[in-house]
Design a protein. Structure first.
Lengths: 208, 257, 222
């Protein structure tokens, strides 16, 4: 489903890694590992099409993501470090906007249910600035419940600032997504309770 | 960091030079020749302009400043277009060297702009009594200088060299599209607000020697631009590729001289 | 196809309404700058009447410049910009929506306030219509061009001043035709040519600026 060949990443004037190949099939989960600064976030951004690689190509379902941008981005859900939350809007409004801006229909009932499921049922109508750090991150994760139809999920440190119960729930959700035929790529420093260990790509091996 | 290997260096002959590593020695070999040609042509042009060309009937000796003013004005325009060209090439083909070329050209273009403005003022004072006149050409020249300064300021303000290159490229292209618009609008503005018929573009009618002088100076400016751009691009290459082995070796060689 | 456009437009207008103090500041700045000129050039009525349209135009231009930093800064900081760049819809569309919302909130008040402020300069009554129309056509062009500058300077230190340096040369033609329209009307030549040029410029900017802006945003976010 997702293939990358000969990827090289330049940051500033330094080459972070080169000659990186990866293949990820439907139902696969990939964990990108490595020490801080090795280029995990940069790799994820290249795989999403947010950054241009110095060399190499990323292909989704056989097509170069730069050529088939629309199809690729309809299939992609990316959650980066920043929770993409606007302080003046409520979590519900933020979630609705995220869905609509991504070209999906925003069914209110499902949004409320998703927010309830991640534990923000009581805060739905409060402006996001009153939420704690952990609560803010969880609003972004609510999208995972509503956008399940998108096959490729790319998550950068999704478990940060979550308590144990939330971590378990999220791990279960990711695995369910893979079982349903979706693909997950994530980076994490924590040991998440996955039933089956994900494929691991250690960037330290291809680092320059 | 590994250098280019044989596989990279083979292939289409012209695209080879898109690699900084290959272009660096080429630029180094040609730059001194361009500098020498520039010096010779400049001396010839100035000689023709200041000694051979006849005195103008109306403006006397002062008019001779056009031998510097006009070529500088031409070059400032031309260099901007070349900058925009390399910016477009860089954005389309994603070649780093094109962006470096554009950045190397900018200071020279700005310099020509400044020289054109300054010599325009020097010409204006004895001829029309004021150092500055909001004449269409000079005003457009001033705005062109601002476009150059904007490009230089933007590319210097961004630390990440790739972002700097690409942002500068977009700015150069937006500027290039706007240059005719700016020129046209300033022309319009100038004719409407025209009080006196002051115009620094009213050069005396050209005797052949005068044209020869200006042509020599223009060619000299062109050769000078090549020389400075090549020298500047070389230092940009060294800076950008400083993590590679070949640059390490080159710096050692330069250091031990 | 237009769902991102509508969503972005609605959201930006909502945000502007909730943070409306910011918006009023731009209008206040416009008023203050206009009022500065009599102190600088003297309060002689004929002189003020002659410079009035030009002063209003320059003040509108400076106010637009000052408000541009708000266009992308917040979205860049909280990560929304990245998400927008990942939408399957063409970036030029939602960028246009953002610029449109920005103009409605910062440019439109200037267009409405200008004829009132023109009275401070005793600009002839008949010219007020042309003045308002020239600003109505010109301020969107300023917003579109300024957006490209804002995208290029996103997140840079000293961004505001750098933005001004980049964008002011591009603003000159708009200023020439905008202020010139009023002068032409008052001079009896008629403002049609100027206004048509402004209209053409607006169409051109609408067609091209969103693409340049989207490209610049992608570069800034890389």
């Amino acid at each position: 489903m997702l293939e990358a060949t000969e990827l090289a990443c330049l940051k500033g004037d330094r080459l972070l890694f080169r000659g990186l190949d990866l293949v990820l099939d439907a139902g696969g989960m990939l964990r990108v590992a490595g020490p801080n600064g090795v280029g995990k976030t940069s790799l994820l951004r290249i795989l999403c099409g947010l950054a241009l690689p110095e060399h190499g190509q990323v292909r989704w379902r056989g097509a170069d993501i730069r050529r088939e941008r629309e199809a690729f981005h309809s299939a992609l859900l990316y959650l980066g470090h920043a929770p993409a939350l606007n302080d003046l809007l409520t979590p519900l409004e933020n979630l609705r906007f995220a869905l609509r801006a991504g070209g999906e229909a925003a069914d209110d009932a499902r949004c409320v249910e998703a927010l309830g499921r991640i534990g923000l049922g009581a805060q739905i109508d409060l402006p996001a600035r009153v939420l704690s750090q952990g609560q803010r991150r969880r609003v972004g994760l609510a999208r995972l419940f509503v956008s399940a139809a998108r096959p490729l999920w790319v998550l950068d440190e999704p478990f940060t600032a979550l308590d144990t119960a939330a971590v378990a729930d999220l791990a279960a959700t990711l695995e369910a997504h893979c079982e349903a035929g979706g693909t997950v790529i994530l980076t994490t420093h924590q040991d998440a309770p996955f039933r089956r260990a994900p494929q691991v790509l250690d960037l330290a091996e291809v680092a320059c | 960091m590994r250098d280019l290997n044989e596989k990279d260096l083979r292939g289409k002959s012209l695209m080879r030079f898109a690699s900084p590593q290959v272009f660096y020695p080429v630029a180094g070999r040609f730059a001194p020749w361009f500098a020498a040609v520039a010096a010779v042509l400049a001396v010839a042009g100035l000689y023709v302009g200041f000694f051979v060309a006849p005195t103008d009937f109306q403006q006397g000796e002062v008019y001779r400043v056009i031998f510097i003013h006009v070529p500088a004005a031409w070059m400032s325009m031309f260099v901007y277009l070349v900058m925009a060209f390399w910016s477009a090439v860089g954005l389309v083909l994603n070649t780093r060297l094109s962006f470096m070329m554009a950045r190397a050209l900018a200071p020279t273009g700005a310099m020509f702009c400044f020289v054109a403005l300054w010599t325009g003022a020097l010409w204006g004072k004895p001829t029309w009594g004021t150092y500055w006149v909001w004449d269409a050409r000079l005003t457009s020249q001033l705005l062109l200088l601002f476009l150059y300064l904007g490009y230089i300021a933007l590319t210097e303000a961004i630390e990440d060299s790739r972002r700097a290159d690409r942002a500068g490229a977009i700015l150069a292209l937006v500027g290039a599209v706007n240059v005719p618009i700016i020129y046209f609008s300033v022309q319009w503005w100038n004719t409407l607000h025209q009080g006196a018929s002051v115009s620094l573009t009213k050069a005396p009618s050209m005797a052949t020697t005068m044209l020869a002088g200006m042509l020599l100076m223009a060619l000299a400016a062109w050769a000078y631009t090549f020389a400075t751009a090549f020298w500047r691009v070389r230092s940009l290459i060294l800076e950008r590729e400083r993590h590679t082995d070949w640059v390490g070796a080159e710096l050692e060689r330069l250091g031990s001289r | 196809m237009l769902s991102a456009f509508a969503a972005v437009l609605r959201r930006d207008l909502t945000l502007a309404w909730r943070g409306r103090a910011d918006v009023l500041v731009t209008l206040a700045f416009f008023v203050v700058v206009v009022c500065l000129f009599p102190f600088g050039v003297g309060a002689e009525t004929n002189q003020l009447r002659a410079i009035g349209p030009g002063v209003l135009w320059v003040a509108a231009l400076l106010s637009t410049l000052l408000s541009l930093h708000r266009l992308f800064a917040q979205d860049h900081a909280d990560g929304t910009l990245e998400q927008l760049l990942l939408t399957p819809e063409p970036a030029a569309l939602w960028v246009t929506a953002k610029i449109a919302a920005h103009w409605i909130v910062t440019g439109l008040p200037l267009v409405v306030a200008a004829p009132l402020l023109a009275l401070l300069f005793d600009v002839e009554q008949e010219a007020l219509g042309v003045l308002t129309l020239s600003l109505a056509l010109g301020t969107p062009i300023l917003a579109l061009l300024g957006a490209v500058g804002a995208a290029l300077t996103l997140g840079l230190r000293g961004g505001g001043v750098l933005l001004a340096l980049l964008v002011l040369p591009l603003y000159v033609p708009v200023l020439i035709f905008g202020a010139g329209a009023v002068d032409a009307f008052l001079g009896g030549v008629g403002a049609t040519a100027h206004l048509l040029l402004l209209g053409g410029g607006l169409l051109g900017a609408l067609a091209l600026a969103p693409f340049a802006c989207a490209a610049a945003l992608r570069i800034a976010v890389e």
